[in-house]
Design a protein around this ligand. Structure first.
Ligand SMILES: [Zn+2]
Length: 338
């Protein structure tokens, strides 16, 4: 089984059943993937402890000196599986569901794990939260190395969008879009656990690149004091920055940027400036980001910023054509063993 399982490039339900359908298979798999340790050093003797493969996942025991009388250490201690209250096949199944963004209905429909007890709504919510939390830690640790976008001679489009509220009402009569926007507001309402005015998110993208940068505006303010530091964090000096007429951007030249303004409020041509410059790329990215939110089944109050970070992670694995389940396994391994 072990050799097969490491060569799987794309996981589907059939493979989940085949390789992760029983407790024993799950434990073996966790070992192969480095989610469960195969060995452990005694903190006192600095020697290998013996691994006893009894109980759920086995335990470690040192047989030297006084250690003999000491309690056993579960192999799950400090791992993703510490203190789990559901079966191992269910743990992996819920990870698979999160990776593929199953809705609650989907989770119940596809559930192949035969157990007496049905997964409760709270359990699903908990495990989705654990997965999201791990993804956020992983993603934040990995995005710092990306550096700045833009540079002299390059164009970066910048726009703020209010999540939970349509920014541009004119020039768009797409009913489906309006319906989705309403859905989206309701979901935001749900996961914030309070009345939502909307969250300002700053988006930045360089022309000719897919490297979208997103920042949630602290305190939900989009003043120059908030926006400029976020822009300087991501966008190289000397870049030509294209924005709408929002006054917070007026001071961009003071920070070494060339500034071009585009009038979104022209209903006939909302994305084209007087000099013919376009901003529809950043607009189309907003549509992709927003699609993520209303597709998800958020019954659980989550941090909005976390959802943005999760989006960035999903976007990156999609770009690299990484299997979502394999990507999540990597995340869990990184978060729990580093
Ligand atoms: Zn010892």
């Amino acid at each position: 089984m072990c050799r097969d399982v490491t060569t799987v490039q794309q996981w589907n339900i059939a493979q989940m059943v085949k390789y992760l359908g029983s407790h024993q298979l799950c434990v073996l798999f966790a070992e192969v993937y480095g989610l469960l340790p195969k060995s452990r050093l005694c903190a006192i003797h600095k020697t290998q402890m013996a691994l006893h493969k009894r109980h759920q996942v086995g335990y470690f025991k040192c047989s030297r000196g006084n250690c003999r009388t000491k309690s056993l250490i579960s192999r799950a201690a400090g791992t993703w599986f510490e203190g789990v209250k559901i079966s191992f096949p269910h743990v992996f199944y819920l990870m698979y569901c999160f990776a593929h963004r199953f809705t609650r209905e989907g989770i119940y429909r596809e559930n192949y794990v035969s157990v007496e007890k049905k997964l409760s709504s709270a359990t699903i919510t908990d495990w989705y939260s654990y997965c999201r939390e791990a993804v956020v830690i992983f993603q934040l640790d990995h995005q710092e190395f990306k550096g700045e976008i833009g540079g002299p001679g390059k164009v970066v489009q910048i726009d703020e969008s209010k999540f939970g509220k349509r920014k541009y009402n004119k020039g768009n009569n797409n009913n489906l879009y309006i319906y989705n926007a309403i859905m989206f507001i309701q979901i935001l309402f749900f996961f914030s656990g309070r009345r939502v005015e909307g969250h300002w998110v700053l988006g930045m993208i360089e022309d000719g690149s897919e490297d979208l940068r997103l920042e949630v505006c602290p305190e939900n303010v989009r003043s120059a004091e908030v926006l400029i530091p976020l822009i300087r964090k991501h966008v190289h000096e000397g870049t030509t920055i294209r924005t709408d007429f929002w006054r917070a951007y007026e001071c961009l030249p003071e920070y070494g940027y060339n500034h071009e303004k585009v009038n979104h409020s022209d209903p006939g041509n909302p994305f084209v400036a007087e000099d013919g410059t376009h901003t529809q790329r950043i607009e189309s990215h907003w549509r992709v980001v927003k699609r993520l939110f209303y597709k998800d089944n958020y019954n659980n109050p989550a941090n909005f910023a976390d959802v943005i970070v999760e989006f960035l992670w999903r976007r990156e694995i999609q770009k690299k054509h990484t299997d979502p389940f394999i990507a999540l396994l990597g995340v869990i391994k990184y978060v729990r063993l580093t």
